[in-house]
Design a protein around this ligand. Structure first.
Ligand code: NAP
Length: 252
């Protein structure tokens, strides 16, 4: 008879985390290493990835998910893989569609959508050699909601949401698990990047409420990645208690 309890699997094998130089990706490397995975930290800022890898005892590799050559170089370093966590991405600007900067929209699509596709495609052979392959995509509540000024980012994250759902269907016969994590407000470098380094404007995003920490999201990712083999957490949204939707928040 099948067990009636759901117990976490002891984590082992290699996990690749993109966007590991900061925020959710960085915290995820720590959470996965603590759970027992060997980790590869990858992002454009190699120095930060190397410092993190030294801290957790993993490897660091440089990666620009918008550059096919960079993704191929990364893939050539990895023979067998159990888990990919796609955290590389982010938003640029908060302009209305009337004022949209097409180049910034293109960059957001490149990193948040094509980046996930490129890395998945290049690493699927290594993942298929894994014992229990899993893919986690860090989407956003912006993948299922719209808000004024968010058009470029929400369009990209809706794209990432569609990629996650398509992968779930396409990889079903191979028992490769696919999970999309959709965070709300998380205090990371996200807003600093969105507002081109404007610290005051970035701080304003989190003012008057208690936002998620990167570690809150990382713990959820590690939880999803350590479920028994018959459990796939398809989609999980995680928000601060003070946030109901992308724009409806309760601020002090
Ligand atoms: P963050 O602190 O700015 O981290 C973003 C990470 O993505 C950095 O490590 C950055 O590294 C990496 N990255 C960006 N472009 C890249 C590229 N072309 N190639 C490789 N790596 C790239 O922000 P975060 O909050 O942790 O964001 C992580 C993910 O969560 C993103 O996909 C974001 O859209 C999503 N998210 C964030 C929030 C939030 O409120 N913070 C909410 C929902 C979803 P390098 O610059 O070193 O390459």
């Amino acid at each position: 008879m099948r067990s009636l309890t759901s117990v976490s699997e002891p984590a082992s094998g290699l996990a690749l985390v993109t966007g590991a130089s900061s925020g959710i990706g960085e915290a995820t490397v720590r959470a996965l290493a603590a759970a027992g995975f060997e980790t590869i930290s990858a992002a454009r800022r190699l120095d930060r990835c190397e410092a993190l890898a030294a801290e957790v005892g993993g490897r660091a590799l440089q990666l620009d998910v918008t550059d096919a050559g960079s993704v191929e170089r990364l893939a050539s370093e990895i023979e067998q893989l159990e888990l990919i966590v796609h955290s590389a991405g982010g938003a640029l600007g908060l302009e209305t569609i009337a004022a949209a900067d097409e180049e910034r929209w293109r960059q957001m699509y490149e990193s948040n959508v094509l980046g996930v596709v490129r890395v998945t495609k290049a690493l699927l052979p290594a993942l298929r050699r894994g014992r229990d392959p899993r893919i986690v995509i860090v989407g956003s509540i912006a993948g299922v909601e719209a808000y004024e000024g968010g058009g470029g980012y929400t369009a990209a994250k809706h794209g990432a949401h569609a990629v996650a759902q398509t992968l779930r269907l396409e990889l079903l016969p191979e028992a490769i698990r696919v999970t999309e994590i959709a965070p709300g407000l998380v205090e990371t470098e996200f807003s600093l990047v969105r507002f081109d380094g404007d610290t005051e404007r970035a701080a304003g995003v989190y003012e008057g409420l208690d936002p998620l920490r990167a570690a809150d999201v990382a713990e959820l990712i590690a939880f999803c990645a350590t479920r028994p083999g018959h459990v796939d957490i398809d989609y999980a949204a995680i928000k601060p208690t003070a946030q109901a939707t992308a724009k409806i928040t309760h601020r002090r």
